[in-house]
Each structure stands twice: as C-alpha cells, then as structure tokens.
Design a protein around this ligand. Structure first.
Ligand code: 3EB
Length: 325
C-alpha cells in the first residue's frame, strides 16, 4: 500500500480537504494571504499559468498527526512525514547561514519524530538570480545547503534527497520536505553530471541533491521523486530557444526514468508533473510535447517562476509511480 498519494484538485476543494483527517498537506499556488496556522497548509507563492486555480493535496492512507517542532510544521502517519518551514530573511546577503539553519531544523525535527531520511525537498526563495555580496543568491543557498547536508548526512553522495530550488517574488525562504522512516535509493542521470560534482564555475559549493529518489513503500508500491530537471547535458546548459530546452529536458526525464526502471520489474509511470517556466507560454503546445515524449499524459501544473540558472527557461519536476501486480 502507498502511505500517501498526491493529486491536483480545483481550489474550491480546499476547505473540504482541510476537513479530512487523512490530509498530510494542502499546497496553494498564489500570493500568501494569511500566515500559516494549519501545519498541513502551505503556499508556493508562484502564479499558476493556464487559467485554472489548482491546489495540491497529499492524502494519507492512515490517520495523520500534526505538530510544530524546532519551528518546523509537520504532519505524519506511521510511515512518512511532511515537513515545512518558512524563515524570514534578516538580510539579503545572509541566505547561506539562513539556509544552513533551515536545513538543520528540518533534520532536527525529522529525526526527533522518527523519520530521519529526507527523501525530497522543495526550496523556494526570492531573487534567486540576484547577486548579493559578490555571490548569486542561488549559489549562496547552495553553500548553506551543502554545509548543513555535509554535517547531517553520514554518507553524503549516496543519500542526497531529490530537490528543486525555485525563485519567487515573495519574501521568505520556504522549504517543504518529505521524510521517511527508511531510506530511498538515489538515482542519477546518465546524461548529466551529478549536481554534487558540478565544477567550481557554478559556485563555491556544488548543489547538493540527487536527480531522483526511488522509494519502495511495499514490495509492489514504488514512488520515484523526480528532481527539477532542465536543459542541462553534462553540466552545461543547452539551447536558447524554449521549445529546444523543453525537448532536451524531456530527453533528460526519459533517461532518468529509464535509469530508475533498471531497478523495477515493470516501468514506472509519470503520475504528476510540475512545470516551472519563466514566462507565460502556449501551454497547449507544451502539453503536447510532454505527452508525446513521455508517452503519458499525467496531471500537469504550470507555474511561472525563476529558474536557478539565468539562461534556463523551463524546469520540470514530478512523481512517477510503480505498482506492479
Ligand atoms: C540543474 O539540474 C538545474 O539546487 O536543488 C534542478 C533541481 C536544479 C534542483 C537544486 C537545481 C536544484 O542543476 C537546476
């Protein structure tokens, strides 16, 4: 059995979702209206493209316990823990120590509650491409994350969570994470240099994440948490044209799925995608290319966002599932 499932719903379903005792997380996509009260409720402050108003709903298979520990809000069942933390930035050039602290808190809360394995982390903060104190803020973020992960993980290069790091227009560093009682399997992409081995030209500390994490939640129930994937081959960004970047990104996603499928009796199926793009676009054309390349038409959410390299126009992350019978 899967310990939880993730679905997209129309925003009109939000109130009903919050009444459900099996709700692990409810994510809205827009400007944050009110401060967080419910530990299960979060905001990814990015405009949704395409005219619909979507909420992301994480539903647990069992009853959920909620709380706040070390400033981290959390909701968990017997198997997984959803965590979130939002920190104010006290200075724009202090993102590194703030990020390190946020990660330390995530680990402290996850460990204390008995879910020591971070499987997936979503990172959002403003002005991701701005230079502050001589360093691009994305690179400062990477330095802080690296500092915390080196300290917290006993085996750094083989137990990195899957991740994405996305630029917003709203203040505050927001981290969302999924943690498990047991570890997942780190998957790297044969077409791409592992991000934790990127050369120094991309910043003083390499981005500490894995391309995907494969998690067996039972003999026949697998989740693949797919990191933000972009038009990067080796370590270099490819193409200036958006559609060419999309096609390269889809090649990367296919290669990543194939790599994970080597460990699977039956192929994983893409179940949910999130597409971040810098500008508003012809979504119909994008949807068509995605469906064609992946031979699947999973629910897909399009968000307008800044990507962590200036030249990148699009990034895709998501979830694939395997439930062989
Ligand atoms: C890349 O492949 C593109 O820093 O957490 C993708 C996914 C990217 C996660 C992160 C960055 C991150 O390097 C950017």
């Amino acid at each position: 059995m899967f310990p939880f499932q993730v679905v997209y719903r129309d925003e009109t379903q939000a109130a009903r979702a919050l009444d459900d005792e099996r709700l692990l997380a409810l994510i809205r996509f827009r400007k944050p209206a009110a401060p967080l009260i419910d530990p299960r409720s979060g905001v990814i402050p990015l405009p949704e493209l395409g005219g619909s108003s979507t909420v992301e709903v994480w539903l647990s298979a069992q009853p959920v316990r909620v709380g706040v520990t070390h400033g981290v809000s959390h909701a968990g069942n017997d198997t997984v823990l959803f965590l979130q933390c939002r920190l104010d930035e006290y200075a724009p050039d202090a993102l590194q120590p703030l990020t390190a602290m946020a990660y330390r808190r995530l680990f402290a809360a996850a460990r204390e509650l008995g879910y020591p394995h971070l499987l997936r982390v979503w990172n959002y903060f403003p002005a991701i491409n701005r230079e502050c104190g001589g360093l691009e803020r994305y690179r400062a973020f990477c330095a802080g994350r690296h500092q915390a992960l080196v300290a917290e993980l006993t085996e750094f290069e083989t137990h990195l969570p899957a991740a994405c790091a996305i630029g917003t227009d709203e203040p505050g560093l927001r981290l969302y994470a999924l943690a498990g009682r047991t570890a997942g399997i780190q998957i790297e992409n044969p077409r791409q240099t592992s991000a934790f081995h990127y050369p120094r030209q991309y910043g003083p500390r390499s981005p500490s994440f894995s391309r995907a994490v494969l998690k067996a939640w039972g003999e026949r129930h697998h989740h693949l948490y797919i990191s933000g994937t972009a038009s990067i081959v080796g370590h270099a960004s490819q193409h200036v044209d958006l559609m060419a970047q999309l096609d390269e990104t889809l090649f990367n996603l296919r290669a990543l799925l194939a790599q994970a499928n080597r460990l699977m009796p039956e192929p994983l199926r893409p179940a949910l995608l999130k597409v971040y793009c810098r500008s508003d676009l012809d979504l119909a054309a994008l949807r068509q290319r995605i469906a064609q390349a992946l031979d699947a038409d999973p629910p897909t959410l399009f968000l307008q966002a800044d990507i962590c390299r200036r030249e990148l126009l699009i990034e895709i992350e998501g979830l694939a599932v395997g439930s062989a019978s």
